[in-house]
Design a protein around this ligand. Structure first.
Ligand SMILES: [Zn+2]
Length: 86
């Protein structure tokens, strides 16, 4: 969980890392991908389990379509809404 300031820092670092990873990739071979998942309310599951599950499904999807030359890098962002305010 990040406050808005820490989120900005995490995102900035992710952009820096992505630029390093894809520094030698031509721009016409780059694409920005956003995966939107259904709204989920699973209080018994923590975010790590949710992210690990999504990672596994992404890997399976790429393997299924035989996308062997695809490199995926990104961050997970989960918005949380609650009726309980601190
Ligand atoms: Zn913070």
């Amino acid at each position: 969980m990040f406050c808005p300031y820490c989120r900005d820092e995490v995102q900035t670092n992710a952009v820096i890392k992505a630029k390093q990873i894809f520094a030698n990739t031509p721009a016409d071979q780059l694409a920005f991908l956003t995966l939107l998942l259904p709204v989920t309310y699973l209080p018994e599951r923590d975010a790590k389990e949710l992210i690990d599950d999504r990672r596994s499904k992404n890997r399976d999807m790429f393997n299924y379509h035989n996308f062997t030359d695809v490199k995926l890098f990104g961050t997970f962002e989960i918005d949380v809404k609650t009726g309980k305010m601190p």
